[in-house]
Design a protein around this ligand. Structure first.
Ligand code: 3HC
Ligand code: NAI
Length: 703
């Protein structure tokens, strides 16, 4: 305990310092250590005030989330200490001052609010991010925050989880003083000024009811955090603070907190929290692997993807050359970029100065001039192997031998592309998702010769670009698109069987997907999907059913959004409405192909699409294309609009129960044939009543 919390005197002020790296979480031992320090301070007559601070990079960043994981796994997780600590601090008759730097989040802010005063450096942030973990503040935060900052502010912070800066916290009444210089001396000086005052208690204040703000918060949460239960529970708890005495409000909070913690949504979101951090860890590539400096970048191709990728680099402050085949295409690409920045300024995302500065970092060219200075090149030309190989052969000549050559291909073989260079170890896939400047995912594709340095640099670079990089192996579609193919296949089959696109998409939207699969295909372009399929036609198995309806639409010149017609009809604002032609085409095709009409329930639609994703995911994990099943969850949450509160497809399967998923996949296999052959890993885990999560752990243990 002594090494988690230390305490000492600075004249008449006691300093209690939490030292639990990396984020000073309230792990078991920390609350107890602070309480011990407090008792020590209270015992010493010469101590007149107490400063509570965090060592290292931050104040307390919250409860220890691993404790929640333990509770989810049915073990004992320790949270009691936090409540005892809050009471001890508040009861102290010597004023306790929280000295905040870094992030005071969740339980961290709750401890600070139990203190009598709070001071912070201007760079500090405070927040109640618990809803991002599927829970609500459980350390009396829903009761103290509205009493300090008002119901409206508390609703905003507790229901949506975004932190606020110190200056905003000061304006809201959460922080009492901003310390411009060094925090600790400033906090001690502040403490000396308040020794003679009666310590003010947040719990004694009242929060005025604000039914309008409560109703607006519920409405906004239903839209912005569709499907999630914790934001509504947080709103209810804050509302209780304006109605009930403090202790009764705390009981409401405790009940709602317990309900949320027991939910699958919190299991899923906590899985996603740790998953996002796990994917950055690549077995065999330790911290000792050198990360190559990336100071200048270049992008080849200024189409949909290239333009977005150039923006990603510019937004991270990295100067980038953008090369096109000709002036006309280059002008189009630069115009798209300028328009995107203008839209961001209009929406208040960027200031116009920031946007101009970023735009200046992008230098357009129709040749390779300046490429010799690039540390990395990202190729985003048309999806054509011959063109890609030609481009890589050129890049091999015009760049330095230690420059990384990355391709944004979505389906092609990285090794074949790398073979066009004299340095295949410097080649990797950097598979961005459309729109590249918005979607957080980059699949980093490892070729058979890609060096450890290139992988380590790519993973580090993803973080610098404010993306989530997930390492995957080289196969058709890599991890994400390979799984997406059977998911889309089932969605088209369902329409061929007489279900409307609105029914199919509606079921999956209801499940929580950001968009239904047919709307996604319209967005990506039915031409793109059909062209890719025709490239791989030779791999199709004779006698097996393949989707046709999308090809029929494509054949009729309907490519989706870009032509205004696909599975839906789009108006000028790209708003979809039903396309009656789809059902006619489906009926005619089904009659010809002997496909019986099959009205599917919402449950069946979801199962056929999502279980197809899971079954392929199991193969991707088993083949080692993904390092772990959690990597697929992070890919799907960040690249495909899978609801984070379901934890990603593999966690969703675990939560549903693999025996149930497997039984259904077998049924579909019997009913629909070979596409549904159960993946061996799914079968194995289901038969042993195990989970993908346990499989990940066993692999990590074996490594
Ligand atoms: N508990 C346990 N581990 C935590 C943690 C926490 N609260 N916060 C961060 N960590 C771990 C991470 O998993 C990571 O571990 P790793 O190195 O083994 O992968 C390590 O600390 C560093 O975290 P980051 O990589 O995220 O570091 P950053 O500097 O990028 O970010 C941060 C720091 C902003 C504090 C970020 O970690 C964060 O947002 N943490 C979560 C904060 C949070 O949600 N707090 C509320 C917890 S719930 C609660 O308090 C309930 C209460 O009401 C009772
Ligand atoms: P696009 O057709 O919008 O853009 C390709 C651009 O490359 C065109 O502007 C073209 O003029 C340019 N180009 C062709 N040859 C060139 C050369 N020799 N030098 C410079 N520029 C050249 O295509 P898009 O959609 O941007 O796709 C690019 C790559 O990204 C493809 O490999 C694709 O598979 C991949 N991808 C596409 C996604 C999407 O949603 N569109 C998502 C993820 C990857």
């Amino acid at each position: 305990m002594a090494n988690l919390v230390s305490y000492y005197k600075e004249g008449n002020v006691a300093v209690i310092a939490v030292d639990n790296p990396p984020v000073n979480a309230l792990s078991p031992g920390v609350p107890e250590g602070i309480m011990e320090g407090l008792r020590w301070a209270l015992m010493h007559d010469d101590v007149e005030a107490v400063v509570l601070a965090g060592r290292g990079r931050t104040f307390i960043a919250g409860a220890d989330i691993r404790e929640f994981e333990k509770i989810h796994a049915g073990h004992h997780g320790s949270l009691e200490g936090i409540h005892l600590l809050l009471a001890d601090i508040e009861d102290s008759d010597k004023p306790v001052i929280a000295a905040i730097h870094g992030t005071a989040l969740g339980g961290g802010l709750e401890v600070a609010m139990a203190c009598h005063y709070r001071v912070a450096v201007p760079s500090a942030q405070v927040g109640q991010p618990e809803v991002k973990l599927g829970i609500i503040p459980g350390g009396e935060g829903t009761q103290r925050l509205p009493r300090l900052a008002g119901v409206r502010k508390a609703l905003e912070m507790c229901a949506f989880g975004e932190p606020i800066r110190a200056a905003q916290a000061k304006a809201a009444g959460i922080v009492d003083e901003l310390i411009e210089g060094d925090l600790l001396p400033g906090a001690i000086a502040f403490a000396r000024q308040v020794t003679t005052r009666t310590p003010p208690l947040a719990s004694r204040k009242t929060a005025a009811p604000d039914p309008e703000a409560v109703a607006a918060a519920h409405e906004a949460a239903s839209k912005r955090l569709r499907g999630q239960t914790a934001p509504h529970a947080a709103i209810d708890a804050v509302e209780a603070a304006s109605r009930l005495p403090f202790r009764e409000g705390c009981q409401v909070e405790a009940r709602l907190f317990a309900e949320c913690l027991a939910s699958d949504q919190s299991k899923a979101l906590i899985h996603a929290f740790f998953g996002e951090r796990t994917v950055s860890k690549v077995p065999g590539i330790g911290k000792d692997v050198e990360i190559l400096p990336i100071r200048r970048a270049a992008v080849v191709g200024a189409g949909t993807m290239g333009a977005g990728i150039a923006m990603v680099y510019a937004n991270a402050g990295i100067p980038v050359l953008l090369k096109e085949a000709n002036e006309a295409a280059l002008d189009r690409g630069m115009a798209t970029i300028a328009q995107n920045y203008a839209n961001s300024v209009k929406r208040g995302r960027f200031t116009s100065e920031f946007a101009e500065e970023r735009l200046r970092l992008i230098t357009p060219h129709v040749n390779y001039s300046g490429f010799e200075a690039a540390d990395i090149v990202i190729e985003a030309v048309f999806e054509n192997m011959e063109l890609k190989k030609r481009t890589f052969a050129e890049l091999d000549k015009v760049t330095r031998s230690n420059a990384i050559l990355a391709t944004n291909t979505s389906t092609l073989n990285i090794d074949e592309i790398a073979s066009a260079t004299s340095r295949p170890w410097m080649v990797a896939g950097h598979h961005f998702f459309s729109p590249a400047n918005v979607m957080r995912l980059i699949e980093i594709v490892r070729g058979k010769e890609t060096s450890a340095q290139v992988i380590a640099t790519s993973m580090d670079l993803a973080r610098r670009l404010r993306k989530v990089g997930v390492l995957v192996g080289n196969c058709r579609g890599f991890a994400g698109n390979r799984m997406f193919a059977p998911y889309c296949r089932e969605s088209v089959f369902l329409v061929e069987e007489g279900n409307t696109p609105e029914q199919v998409d509606g079921a999956l939207y209801g499940f929580g997907m950001a968009m239904g699969p047919l709307a996604v295909q319209d967005l990506a372009g039915l031409d793109v999907g059909c062209r890719i399929r025709s490239e791989f036609k030779h791999l199709e198995q004779p006698g097996l059913r393949y989707p046709e309806l999308d090809s029929l639409l494509y054949g009729a010149g309907h490519y989706g959004q870009k032509t205004g017609r696909g599975f839906y009809i789009y108006d000028a604002a790209r708003k979809p409405s039903p396309n009656p032609e789809v059902l006619t085409l489906a009926r005619e095709y089904a009659a010809k192909a002997g496909i019986a009409p099959h009205p599917a329930s919402i449950e069946e639609i979801v199962e056929r699409c999502v279980y197809a994703l899971i079954n392929e995911g199991a193969r991707v994990v088993e083949e080692g294309i993904a390092l772990r099943s959690v990597d697929l969850d992070i890919i799907y949450i960040n690249g495909y609009g899978f609801p984070s509160w379901r934890g990603g497809p593999m966690k969703y399967a675990d939560l549903t129960g693999l025996p149930k998923v497997y039984a259904k996949v077998r049924q579909f296999h019997d009913r629909f044939g070979e596409h549904w052959k159960p993946a061996p890993l799914l079968e194995h885990l289901a038969r042993h009543n195990s989970t993908f999560g346990a499989y990940d752990k066993s692999k990590a243990g074996a490594a």
